[in-house]
Design a protein around this ligand. Structure first.
Ligand SMILES: Nc1nc2c(ncn2[C@@H]2O[C@H](COP(=O)(O)OP(=O)(O)O)[C@@H](O)[C@H]2O)c(=O)[nH]1
Ligand SMILES: [Mg+2]
Length: 395
């Protein structure tokens, strides 16, 4: 169909205002800026070999470092595993039979860690004990005091908890021994019944699987909530990004980014833009998408290797969508007004956020993100909804 055959159809142009390479650049620099703004979250996990430290990291952060063994051996009993968004200090707890007292041993480890760069410094500590141990040793108590003396917030994590289900009420419960251990931990006393001060912030019972090696685990949601609340203010976003259990936190971070980009798109179309020039919105939309990708900690390199990003940039220029939208909603006119630009961007941001979620949770292969976008890309209906929402908001 030519423009002449359909005079109402705005003139088409095949010259993209934004080339795929520009789009890719826009996306990547937004991602990189976001990543460096949020930084890396560093957690120390202390506990004997086999207590389940690696399993916890895997369950909460979705990193399988234990198997790859790509940690940096820092000193005997201390390893540092890291990627862009997460650093784990894996500390093997007290070596039985060591001639150095536990407190001094840990002191030495902490001093070594302090010689490392600022972006590797510990935010929170998970001190791990097997739930079946059902007591804290004097060495544990000394080490927890040493950590707190350094100003580090300590969560006492009981691992490998074996929950049983009451067959009648369905309530989850733990063995009597563990129950009394937890009671003691809530208000520890010495052998004379005198109160003991052991400066952990919270006790959390966890498991990463059931005793048959199955299931998703328990107590992990509580563990991430507590870790977030103990994290220093300027490291909370880094934690929200590094963890993989709580998706609503990520949405809470993404939504203001979508709102800001939508407003920027509206401003860019303050003087209405012909549909053919819809690509002026592309840099705004791609920047928004890059920032959202950072929140979901998506592996940009994997996405790039598939050439998917360049392809996306073309799909997202929004021309086709704008054109179809304007056709069904004639009152919008034949140009992209501020309201239409805003609606297009809001719908695109929302769709991209949902796609990122699917990739993040492993439901979509990052290498296939280009194909998947076809299913997630906002429809005329989605744009219409956003358009109606902002009409209502205005009136
Ligand atoms: N039943 C049960 N086994 C677990 C749990 N967490 C870890 N394990 C098992 O305990 C062993 C040691 O776990 P790992 O995470 O490697 O411990 P790490 O040495 O502290 O890093 C592995 O065989 C895990 O499968 C759990 O919550 N329940
Ligand atoms: Mg391990």
């Amino acid at each position: 169909m030519t423009a002449a055959a359909n005079p109402e159809e705005p003139a088409m142009t095949d010259d993209p205002v934004v080339t795929p390479e520009d789009g890719e650049q826009e996306f990547l620099s937004a991602t990189n800026q976001a990543k460096s703004k949020y930084g890396r979250f560093n957690l120390a996990i202390i506990g004997g070999s086999g207590v389940g430290k690696s399993s916890l990291v895997n369950a909460v952060f979705g990193r399988d470092w234990a198997k790859t063994g790509k940690g940096l051996p820092v000193t005997r009993g201390v390893q540092y595993f890291h990627d862009e968004t997460l650093g784990i200090w894996d500390v093997e707890g007290f070596e039985i039979g060591s001639s150095v007292p536990p407190r001094e041993q840990l002191r030495a480890h902490l001093e070594t860690i302090k010689t490392h760069p600022a972006d590797t410094q510990i935010a929170v500590v998970w001190y791990c004990i097997k739930a079946t141990d059902d007591r804290l040793t004097p060495a544990d108590i000394e080490m927890i005091r040493e950590l707190a003396a350094d100003g580090l917030p300590v969560v006492l994590v009981l691992t490998k908890v074996d929950w049983s289900k009451n067959p009648i009420t369905g309530a989850r419960g733990v063995a009597k021994d563990l129950e009394s251990f937890v009671e003691w931990l809530e208000e520890p006393v010495d052998e004379n019944g005198e109160p003991l001060s052991i400066p952990y912030e919270r006790v959390i019972l966890t498991s990463t699987r059931d005793k048959h090696g199955k299931g998703k685990g328990h107590g992990l949601g509580e563990l991430v909530a507590e870790t977030l609340s103990l994290s220093p203010e300027n490291e909370k976003d880094a934690f929200r990004i590094a963890q993989r259990l709580n998706l609503p936190w990520k949405r809470e971070m993404a939504r203001p980014i979508i709102a800001a980009a939508s407003a920027a798109a509206g401003a860019a179309a303050a003087v209405p833009v012909p549909v053919a020039d819809a690509a002026v919105l592309a840099p705004i939309q791609l920047g928004m998408m890059g920032r959202i990708a950072a929140i979901y900690d998506l592996d940009i390199k994997v996405m790039l290797s598939a050439g998917a990003l360049a392809q996306l940039g073309v799909q997202i220029t929004g021309q086709a969508l704008a054109r179809s939208f304007l056709k069904v909603i004639p009152v919008a006119g034949s140009v992209i007004s501020a309201g239409v630009a805003l609606s297009l961007t809001a719908a695109t941001g929302e769709a991209w956020m949902r796609l990122c979620e699917q990739v993040h949770t492993g439901k979509i292969d990052p290498a296939k993100i280009g194909e998947a976008w076809g299913q997630f890309a906002p429809s005329v209906l989605d744009v219409g909804k956003k358009w109606a929402e902002q009409k209502v908001a205005k009136s």
